[in-house]
Design a protein around this ligand. Structure first.
Ligand SMILES: [Zn+2]
Length: 77
């Protein structure tokens, strides 16, 4: 793929610059954590086709113990 395309290619969601992953043949949007595939040298700039980097395999034991306090948030009478 012509890397000069990167100058004009932006993320369709946040309009931010993309990072070209040469090995994976993907265009990475870091803020959105999305990877747009490149098929036959053509970047597929659809959010529906993009790979969610947050759902990467191997990240199973994530920090789920965030809010340990009871959720007793009600209107103060
Ligand atoms: Zn983006």
């Amino acid at each position: 793929m012509d890397t000069r395309l990167l100058d004009i290619l932006v993320c369709p969601l946040c309009k931010g610059p993309l990072k070209y992953d040469k090995d994976a043949q993907e265009l990475i949007c870091a803020p959105d954590r999305l990877a747009y595939p490149i098929r036959d040298g053509i970047p597929i700039m659809w959010a529906e086709e993009a790979r969610d980097l947050n759902a990467a395999p191997g990240a199973a034991a994530d920090t789920s113990a965030g809010t340990s306090a009871g959720s007793s948030a009600g209107p103060a009478a």
